[in-house]
Design a protein around this ligand. Structure first.
Ligand code: PLP
Length: 512
């Protein structure tokens, strides 16, 4: 007997990937489809749409790791199904997190005795770590004020206007006033003298940034500490310091071990660092480290009994993946101090190559510093014909994603382009980028000169017979080259600003 089979809709994909009914229609957007589709079709549809994303390795806007060793990729995939919060079920993962906390606390010179456990926690990123540290300061300050019988309803934080958006989020979500120290042209970070002047009895902490998001520059935490020690003595307040070392926390200990910015300074009570930036792990891991247990408000800690020890937990979210913690532990033991130093030195060297190449074009002014996070930030010397947004847009054609944005409050008129040098940005790519920047500048120089704008009353209109005539009234259409340029300029500028924000760039002051 011969068995015949009629193909159902779902079988069609087997015969024709791109002509199957599933792929002939647009992918579902707003409502969940009524029917299932074959798994290979679902894969194909999503995979194809994702091709339109930028290439992460060429995304020079982001500080976040885009390459790890295949061995670590395997560890990540093997633990992708573990929920970190199930500490009893996955005690080894918890143990690995604790080891990371201790290693990082020691790297930051926490004053720990041989048998002391460090106080800290793995988070989703620096943003969560900053929320936790900020909450601890707020609660400690409130408790002190309550005990003194003083008002405790107007807490504030003092920090530079160059803060990352997560600080604005913290301030708004947890009702703390942000007192911003404005930057100025040529000095794009918090001035410690001005910061200390702004401290008052309601200041829960001064936050210093080790590696400004805008230009990578380190703030002077040592000077801040010394000035604040004096002010605390005079005022009787006890204002502490938090260091936002999102990027610099994994750079300074390896490249500038003598630089005092961490727990060596007595007023530094907590530090955050992003494991997924120069900690060299894919997106999804940050660390909050406290100087001592007393620097965390007791009522914010929840204790979980784990392997006979009291495990303090203090995070905003309950569930989270284990992979990134395991990956962080891999990097710490795989690279060790020597390996991290090599990687950071190489990033720094590549940043210098790029900086020199950009300088040699003669067209840009460098606004980043040699000492700091390895980023190269640069501004056009002459912006009369094209601005930084245009250069950014043109570089995109070569595949490079280089954001352009204005500097923060106090220097908003300064626009910069910024390239973040990550581990996987090789010397060849640095050289290539310089070549492409030169090409872009050449193209911009030889682009058609912009014609003068005709008076509105003199707009040209095309008649039915094809001839042109001056029109006395406004047509409402975009007719001249300059208008078209301005029109698209507005659109693309808005897009770029949003793009920079989405890429974890300095969106705080960019999206006004
Ligand atoms: C100085 C600074 N703080 C905080 C953050 C937020 O870090 P995360 O993306 O890890 O939440 C960033 C991110 O770029 C940053 O540069």
């Amino acid at each position: 007997m011969v068995l015949s089979k009629t193909f159902s809709e779902s079988d069609v994909s087997v015969h024709s990937t791109f002509a199957s009914p599933y792929v002939r229609n647009s992918a579902p957007r707003l409502t969940i489809p009524n029917n299932s589709m074959p798994k290979d079709v679902a894969f194909q549809i999503i995979n194809d749409e994702l091709m339109l994303d930028g290439n992460p390795r060429l995304n020079l806007a982001s500080f976040v790791t885009t390459w790890m060793e295949p061995e670590c990729d395997r560890l990540i995939m093997d633990s992708i199904n573990k929920n970190y919060v199930d500490m009893d079920e996955y005690p080894i993962t918890t143990e690995l997190q604790n080891r990371c906390v201790n290693m990082i606390a020691n790297l930051f010179n926490a004053p720990l005795g041989d048998s002391d456990a460090a106080v800290g926690v793995g988070t989703v990123g620096s943003s969560e770590a900053i929320m936790l540290a900020g909450l601890a300061f707020k609660r400690k300050w409130q408790n002190k004020r309550k005990a003194e019988g003083k008002p405790y309803d107007k807490p504030n934080i003092v920090m530079g206007a160059n803060m990352q958006v997560c600080w604005e989020k913290f301030a708004r979500y947890f009702e703390v006033e942000l007192k911003e120290v404005k930057v100025r042209e040529g000095y794009y970070v918090m001035d410690p003298v001005q910061a200390v002047e702004m401290v008052d009895e309601n200041t829960i902490c001064v936050a210093a940034i080790l590696g400004s998001t805008y230009n990578g520059e380190f703030e002077d935490v040592k000077l801040l500490n010394d000035l604040l020690v004096e002010k605390n003595k005079e005022s009787g307040w006890d204002t502490p310091i938090h260091v936002d070392a999102a990027s610099g926390g994994f750079i300074a200990p390896f490249l500038y071990p003598e630089l005092e910015w961490d727990f060596r300074l007595p007023l530094v009570k907590s530090i955050n660092v992003s494991g997924h930036k120069y900690g060299l792990v894919y997106a999804g891991i940050g660390w909050a480290i406290w100087r001592r247990k007393e620097d965390l408000a007791e009522e914010l800690i929840f204790y979980i009994n784990y392997l006979g020890a009291n495990q303090p937990t203090f995070t905003l979210n309950f569930s989270k993946g284990s992979s990134q913690i395991i990956a962080q532990y891999y990097q710490l033991i795989r690279l060790g101090y020597e390996g991290y130093r090599n990687v950071m030195q190489n990033c720094h060297d590549n940043a210098m190559v790029l900086k020199e190449g950009v300088e040699k074009t003669g067209r840009f002014r460098i606004v980043s510093k040699d000492m700091g996070v390895p980023v190269v930030a640069f501004s056009l010397k002459d912006r009369s014909r094209h601005d930084e947004f245009k250069v950014s847009e043109m570089l995109r054609r070569f595949g490079w994603i280089v954001p352009a944005y204005p500097m923060p409050e106090g220097a908003k008129h300064v626009l910069v382009l910024r390239v973040v040098i990550r581990e996987d940005f090789s010397r060849t790519l640095a050289d290539r980028l310089v070549v492409d920047i030169v090409k872009v500048m050449g193209e911009l120089d030889s682009s058609v000169p912009i014609p003068p704008i005709p008076k509105k009353s003199e707009k040209m209109v095309r008649l039915e017979n094809g001839q042109k005539k001056r029109s006395g009234k406004k047509t409402g259409e975009v007719t001249t080259k300059r208008e078209i340029g301005a029109y698209w300029g507005n659109i693309t500028t808005g897009t770029k600003i949003k793009l920079a924000a989405n890429l974890g760039g300095p969106s705080v002051n960019v999206i006004a």
